[in-house]
Design a protein around this ligand. Structure first.
Ligand SMILES: Nc1ncnc2c1ncn2[C@@H]1O[C@H](COP(=O)(O)OP(=O)(O)OP(=O)(O)O)[C@@H](O)[C@H]1O
Length: 339
């Protein structure tokens, strides 16, 4: 592993070097009632290339938010290095402020402020802000321009928080738990939007609990568990590396079920066959689908339907941690107050 270049105050303008670098980051918090320290981030390293949507995926309390808070200069790391465009956010917070847009969890605005006023307020923090009207158009908030924050829907609040994160024309946007609490249609609309933002030239660091979100959106990602990176790569690479069992689900004519089960049971590629009515579930190795089709053909059984279950990032998590991934319900994530 190479070490990042020493931090400079000057932001790197190179298009090819990493936009974000995190090396052996460690961060702990004081324990409750003075009881030792709680390690939130034990050992996290990754780097993000220009124009990527890079995901930080992990269960509750894995250390995701702490990691991006160190990157955004909101927390001081105990050890390790973080760089944004070659600059240390701790040493040069002013330089970082102009290139990083942060949308952290629970962005709270005054309930009475309108969308237009919030945009103006945030634009006033920058010398050369983006055009608020263009951003509102990008984020589909033009019709809500004069609506007060308290009257916006969950999806509209999320979209406003992204608009506010982008108003300083950042090169990097940090988006934390973006789709928590949104209904499925609003989540999908937000995913499309994130791709549009990336296409406009912004590198995106996306913090998420949601496996499907990471799989759908991220070019590359790290999976974090208990403050450590357990896997890193593209979603396809990570899934490909896991040699999980495959499942083939058959729907057969009632009179074919017994014959099919007898034909499939005992094949070297098959580890299990379970029949329930006309449905037969077959598990086995990578070649199980091939073996099932061949065996059925040899016994002249023509299934009404054949489906395979795809492996997902969930299988990747189980493979690396040895336990199931407990994804909270989209609307069930709450955060305690942070110090
Ligand atoms: N300010 C704080 N003081 C004490 N402990 C904290 C603080 N912030 C976070 N922690 C603890 O550090 C650990 C990592 O928290 P962090 O919020 O970084 O994880 P996360 O992966 O973002 O989790 P979540 O998805 O729930 O936000 C958790 O055990 C959390 O309780």
């Amino acid at each position: 592993m190479t070490s990042p270049a020493p931090a400079t105050g000057a932001l790197s303008e190179t298009a090819t070097g990493p936009v974000v670098e995190v090396r052996t980051l460690r961060k702990s918090y004081p324990g409750p009632r003075g009881a030792g320290r709680k390690v939130a981030v034990e050992d996290v390293s990754f780097s993000v290339a220009p124009g990527e949507i890079f995901g930080i995926l992990g269960p509750n309390g894995a250390g995701k938010t702490t990691t991006v808070e160190c990157l955004a200069g909101l927390r001081t790391a105990d050890a390790g290095q973080v760089r944004i465009l070659g600059t240390d956010p701790q040493q040069h917070p002013e330089a970082i402020k102009d290139v990083v847009g942060v949308q952290l969890q629970e962005a709270e605005l005054s309930p009475r402020i309108t969308v237009r006023e919030a945009m103006r307020l945030f634009a006033s923090f920058y010398e050369d802000p983006a055009d608020p009207d263009e951003l509102l158009a990008l984020l589909d908030l033009v019709a809500q321009r004069d609506v007060r924050f308290s009257r916006l829907s969950g999806g509209q609040k999320q979209r406003l928080s992204i608009a506010l994160a982008l108003v300083g024309r950042p090169r990097v946007a940090i988006l934390d738990e973006l789709t928590t609490g949104l209904d499925p249609a609003a989540r999908r609309a937000t995913w499309d939007l994130i791709e549009r933002v990336r296409d406009s030239g912004v590198t995106i660091l996306l913090v998420t609990h949601f496996m499907d979100e990471a799989e759908r959106l991220c070019d590359r990602l790290v999976i974090i568990d208990h403050g450590r990176v357990v896997a890193e790569g593209t979603p396809a690479e990570l899934i490909e590396q896991v040699d999980a069992e495959r499942t083939v689900v058959l729907r057969l004519a009632a009179e074919d079920v017994t014959r099919a089960v007898a034909a499939l049971d005992g094949l070297p590629e098959v580890s299990g066959v379970a029949a329930a009515g006309r449905r037969v579930e077959v598990t086995g190795s990578r070649r199980v689908l091939f073996a099932v089709v061949q065996a059925l053909a040899a016994h002249d059984v023509v299934p009404d339907d054949v489906a395979t279950t795809a492996r997902t990032l969930e299988d990747v998590f189980v493979h690396h941690t040895g336990r199931p991934y407990e994804e909270p319900a989209a609307d069930a994530i709450t955060k305690g107050a942070r110090s």
